[in-house]
Design a binder for this molecule. Structure first.
Ligand SMILES: Cc1cc2nc3c(=O)[nH]c(=O)nc-3n(C[C@H](O)[C@H](O)[C@H](O)COP(=O)(O)OP(=O)(O)OC[C@H]3O[C@@H](n4cnc5c(N)ncnc54)[C@H](O)[C@@H]3O)c2cc1C
Length: 488
């Protein structure tokens, strides 16, 4: 059945789809958003960045977001394994806040959000602005005339199939990466081959005062662990590991894997004494990928549908907003210039640059994480400043980590040189001098790391004895098309 035509059809109603469609209706276009789920729905990616406040201001949602009942995130705490001393910084701290810019001073904080509520809020806001939104509406295929995307074939919640024509198709389908997957130009990252397990727990010990809302990142061998404090005493906890495919991860359930890490590290286990599992534990593989092309004749990729690198800097949602803002301008130019695809090239260049910066830096980090000596040197060199963040270089790095990728090219290049040097030292020490690997550092562990492959017992008080286990299989890491789709 034919459905009325639109200027732009947007596939997916996550942060990228809601933001893009809102900016486009404001420019006077007819926009249709098709979202396959019924909101509110679960989604991973709960820690936001203060840098996004600038886009929330433009959307007119910065003030209402304060009343959404989510946790205020005033800062971040990072611990680097081995010698797990705390390094925390508060976004509003005067010295830190002088840099990179004064722009954020009005709201120097972000939020830790239940994505179900946050995404629903954004989608409803798009509706109020005049976007037509259908939920439980699944896009089945793109209609092509040669290499030009001219419309879509989709199915409504009543199982009626429609053809909708549009001048431009915006793919905001997240990790489903609808266009690049179906056109077969989705490329998995060659060095970052991460998998993640994550779930929600109640009664996990929190810090007090404003620090109770901090993002906690614990960097460990080959990966890291997140603690994201949500409202109603819920803690989102996840483990991200590089290349776990060859190890014991294959034989264990997501539940067992997560609990193994919790049990293994002393300072993490301490926070778990009263904890109770609150959600199923989920697993995702091949987190990092990118589409070879971001634009084409009549189509554009936005947010995770374009690329995703790593959640460590909590930048995924920020990039979804930022790329949507950029894509709205690109689509406006495309439609005003007689659908000349050359107008899209600026967007393509911008997104390739973003991807290059983030993926190079994260690749170096994961390479460095293999070598205990590299990480020890990093801790020693930064340790003096790690609780202050007044040091110019660290402040700039943190600012980058908070989402200012575009302004910090020089710092990025400097940090690459620094990381390559540390990786080299780590390799030499390990290979030539036979220095020990991470897992011989017993003072860091509550249990011998060698016990990691053994069956996990439930934590002392039996709170985890009857977990709601996910049955997600361990997908073949060589076939990302099977494994990068979330089971949300
Ligand atoms: C393990 C992990 C942890 C993360 N943690 C963080 C974090 O702490 N902070 C952060 O900022 N980011 C985090 N991220 C990244 C973050 O989740 C994403 O970057 C963000 O959700 C991207 O938004 P989006 O709108 O592009 O895609 P999504 O939010 O995924 O939205 C895409 C939407 O498209 C819909 N859709 C898909 N296919 C179709 C179809 N065929 N028809 C109709 N609709 C369709 C989906 O249902 C979905 O609602 C994390 C990611 C991972 C993997």
């Amino acid at each position: 059945m034919n459905h009325s035509d639109y200027d732009v059809v947007v596939i997916g109603g996550g942060p990228a789809g809601s933001t893009l469609s809102t900016f486009l209706v404001r420019k006077g276009y007819q926009v249709l958003v098709l979202e396959r789920e019924k909101f509110p729905r679960f989604h991973v990616g709960e820690s936001l960045l203060p840098a996004t406040q600038l886009i929330w201001e433009k959307l007119g949602i910065a003030e209402p977001l304060q009343h959404l009942g989510q946790t205020f995130k005033y800062g971040t705490e990072i611990r680097i394994g081995l010698n797990p001393q705390q390094s925390e910084y508060e976004y509003s701290r005067q010295e830190f806040y002088k840099f990179p810019t004064q722009r954020l001073q009005q709201r120097p904080y972000a939020y830790q959000v239940e994505r179900s509520e946050f995404d629903l809020f954004l989608l409803n806001h798009a509706r109020q602005e005049g976007v037509t939104v259908f939920e439980e509406a699944v896009v089945k295929e793109i209609l092509w005339e040669g290499d030009e995307a001219t419309g879509i074939h989709w199915k409504s919640k009543d199982n009626i199939e429609y053809i909708t024509k549009a001048k431009c198709i915006a793919d905001c389908s997240g990790r489903h990466a609808f266009i690049s997957r179906s056109r077969k130009f989705l490329i998995p990252n060659k060095t970052i081959k991460t998998s993640a397990v994550f779930g929600h727990f109640k009664h996990v010990t929190r810090a007090s005062g404003i620090q109770q809302g901090y993002f906690n990142g614990y960097v460990i061998e080959n990966g890291w662990i997140w603690f994201i404090p949500l409202a109603s005493d819920i803690m989102s906890i996840g483990v991200v590991m590089n290349e776990p495919g060859t190890s014991w991860w294959k034989q264990k359930s997501p539940e067992e894997i997560l609990l193994t890490y919790i049990k293994q590290y002393k300072f993490i286990q301490e926070r778990f004494e009263q904890a109770k599992q609150f959600s199923k534990v989920r697993m995702l593989h091949n987190l990092s990928y990118a589409s070879k092309h971001s634009v084409g004749n009549g189509w554009i990729l936005v947010g995770d549908a374009n690329f995703f690198v790593d959640p460590l800097f909590s930048s995924g949602v920020h990039l979804a907003f930022r790329s949507a803002e950029k894509a709205a301008d690109a689509i406006d130019g495309f439609l005003k210039n007689d659908q000349d695809r050359k107008v899209f090239q600026h967007y393509q260049k911008w997104s390739q640059k973003e991807h290059f910066h983030v993926s190079t830096t994260m690749s170096l980090m994961y390479k460095m994480l293999k070598y205990r000596v590299s990480m020890e040197i990093l801790v020693k060199l930064t340790g003096k400043y790690s609780n202050h963040w007044n040091n110019l270089l660290l402040r700039r790095l943190v600012a980058w980590g908070s989402g200012y990728y575009e302004e910090f090219h020089l710092v990025l290049y400097c940090s690459w040189v620094f990381c390559i040097l540390l990786i080299g030292i780590g390799r030499v020490c390990e290979k030539l001098l036979g220095m020990s690997a991470w897992n011989t550092h017993s003072e860091f562990y509550s249990e011998s790391p060698q016990a990691i492959a053994k069956t996990v017992e439930s934590l002392g008080n039996g709170n985890f004895s009857n977990p709601v286990a996910s049955t997600t299989p361990f997908n073949d890491l060589n076939h990302p098309e099977q494994s990068v789709v979330s089971d949300d």
